[in-house]
Design a protein around this ligand. Structure first.
Ligand SMILES: NC(=O)c1ccc[n+]([C@@H]2O[C@H](COP(=O)([O-])OP(=O)(O)OC[C@H]3O[C@@H](n4cnc5c(N)ncnc54)[C@H](OP(=O)(O)O)[C@@H]3O)[C@@H](O)[C@H]2O)c1
Length: 284
């Protein structure tokens, strides 16, 4: 590509940032849309976050994504927050308009869009979600926004689950339970949708969250993990005739929403997905 004095600069801050797929995805998106812009990774140590944000502002970087471990802290360094970002206390996308920085959280919207794309209906559904980390907060919030009847949260660390439930219960019916087989047996019987928002299933030797042979037949099972594309949870769910959704759609759509925030243009979602599939799974 031809970089000139007019080329807009975007990027991502994180620590570590070198595994991020966003530079690849957003660069391809700008190219596909014919937008004169570059998107680069910025490695930012936690103690340098404030300085880094001031620098990005001063350099008129047009927008940037924020990843682990800066998503919460960065919220305190911005001029404005959207309702989603303020509620979740976490920002993954920043837009710079004449030196004024606005923080967005596109994870929740990205998750919702990925379910809509797959035809998953949320209204009045009963959801069992595993996890209470950063991703689970955004996913749980999105599920409640999508109109689920109630959200049962199970997490290994129970006090972490309680903290998430305290926040999310401002938006709907939320109950928390410990990660205990007998409790999960009961919860499974009343679930229309199961969502895994933990990191269990990323590694081949991860022990299962519960006995997957107990997944009810024909329900919907969502795993926000995108690599591997089919976790043991999703494999077992498929064998039970369930509709399954992995985390690739969430990854693509959180990026697509960021692209739209920055450019005001519709994101080339198909292209963004293709480039990620090729990079992650060697196909498209
Ligand atoms: N598709 C996407 O776009 C997208 C976006 C963000 C994240 N993700 C994926 O979501 C997952 C979670 O990310 P995060 O940022 O929320 O991480 P996090 O804040 O570190 O939370 C990790 C979660 O996994 C649970 N967990 C980890 N190991 C476990 C085990 N052996 N048994 C039971 N629970 C376990 C933790 O439980 P405790 O609280 O008990 O430790 C916690 O609930 C990751 O796999 C990440 O790749 C996907």
């Amino acid at each position: 590509m031809k970089i000139t004095g007019k080329t807009a600069v975007y990027g991502i801050i994180g620590h570590p940032v070198k595994h991020s797929l966003s530079p690849l995805m957003q660069t391809e998106a700008f190219k596909e849309a014919g937008i004169d812009a570059v998107y680069v990774p910025f490695e930012v140590e936690p103690e340098n976050l404030e300085e880094a944000v001031s620098g990005l502002r001063a350099l008129s970087v047009k927008g940037f994504n924020v990843t682990v471990p800066h998503k919460e802290k960065v919220a305190q360094l911005l001029d404005f927050l959207t309702e989603d970002a303020e509620f979740l206390g976490a920002v993954n996308t920043v837009k710079n308009e004449n030196g004024k920085l606005t923080g967005y959280n596109t994870d929740a919207e990205g998750f919702l869009r990925s379910l809509i794309e797959e035809g998953v209906e949320l209204s009045e559904k009963k959801v069992l979600m595993f996890g209470a980390g950063g991703a689970a907060r955004a996913v749980g919030y999105a599920l409640l926004k999508g109109g689920v009847k109630f959200l049962n949260i199970v997490n290994r660390n129970f006090s972490r689950a309680k903290a998430v439930a305290e926040l999310l219960s401002k938006r709907g019916n939320v109950l928390v339970y410990p990660l205990k087989e007998s409790t999960i047996d009961v919860l499974l019987k009343d679930a229309d949708i199961i969502v895994n928002a933990t990191s269990v299933g990323m590694k081949e030797d991860d022990p299962p969250l519960f006995d997957y042979s107990k997944i009810p037949e024909g329900i919907t099972v969502v795993d926000i993990i995108y690599n591997p594309p089919e976790t043991p949870l999703l494999k077992a769910a498929k064998e039970k005739g369930c509709r399954t959704v992995n985390g690739l759609g969430m990854l693509v759509h959180q990026g697509a929403v960021a692209f739209e925030v920055w450019t005001g243009r519709k994101a080339p979602v198909k292209k963004m997905r293709e480039v990620l599939e090729r990079e992650l799974y060697g196909s498209s």
